[in-house]
Write a protein that binds this ligand. Structure first.
Ligand code: PRP
Length: 218
């Protein structure tokens, strides 16, 4: 059995065409079903639904053989736990967005940075934020949040946030502006290294089909 770990939402939806290219069709819609293990048209392939931040953990420890997760999730996972046995063969170019710094529209970020002010930065992505501000030589106090980061500058909890931006609509709706583009984000295929050896015969064709589908769409 090959087990593929996916998170619900954009990553699940955008992985479906790649699975189709590998001849795999998921037989239940996670938005309608409460099931966490979804069957596919292949008796030897199943999908498990996990939180995005749990995908690397499932694949690393063999709860899943393969998974799809964002570069943001991978960087944070590696910073906290290191890498053991996670093979990352492909950038799938899906669920694309960017990691940015945003502040209230009335906060003069450039001046604060120039004057060497110490910034309070709220984020779920502490490793990425720490590395980014360290590389700029900006002193920050990081405040760890688990969601709704946009609220932090509005309530006075923080001067700035580090968060994912896709359309920019969430920032705009909350009167925040992007002041730094930290990095582009997209989702990667991650594979358990031991599974790649032991289940080579069934895993390789799937990885190859994904790679081919990417080349065609590029
Ligand atoms: C992300 C991010 C922003 C939003 C940005 O949240 O944290 O809140 O998307 O998208 P936009 O620029 O298109 O408005 P997501 O919906 O992934 O959920 P999360 O808060 O659980 O991370």
């Amino acid at each position: 059995m090959i087990t593929l770990a996916l998170s619900k939402g954009r990553i699940f939806q955008e992985t479906l065409p790649l699975l189709a290219a590998a001849g795999i069709e998921v037989l239940e819609d996670p938005e309608k079903s409460r099931k966490l293990i979804l069957p596919t048209n292949r008796a030897d392939v199943q999908v498990v639904l996990v939180r995005a931040s749990d995908v690397p953990t499932y694949v690393e420890y063999g709860g899943a053989d393969v998974g799809v997760c964002g570069k943001d999730t991978l960087i944070e996972h590696q910073a906290e736990w290191g890498t053991h046995g996670l093979y990352q063969p492909l950038d799938l170019q899906i669920a694309r967005c960017r990691m940015s710094v945003a502040v209230r529209a009335d906060f003069d970020y450039a001046t604060a940075v120039r004057q060497g002010a110490r910034l309070a930065v709220a984020t779920k992505y502490t490793a990425i934020a720490r590395e980014f501000f360290a590389s700029k030589g900006v002193h920050v106090d990081l405040i760890k949040l688990y969601g709704s980061m946009e609220l932090a500058p509005l309530t006075g909890l923080a001067d700035a946030i580090v968060d994912l931006v896709s359309t920019g609509n969430t920032l705009k709706a909350n009167h925040l502006v992007e002041v730094e583009h930290i990095m582009d984000i997209s989702s990667r295929l991650v594979v358990n290294q031991a599974a790649l050896k032991v289940k080579q015969a069934s895993l390789r064709p799937i990885i190859d089909a994904f790679a081919k589908a990417l080349t065609v769409s590029a």
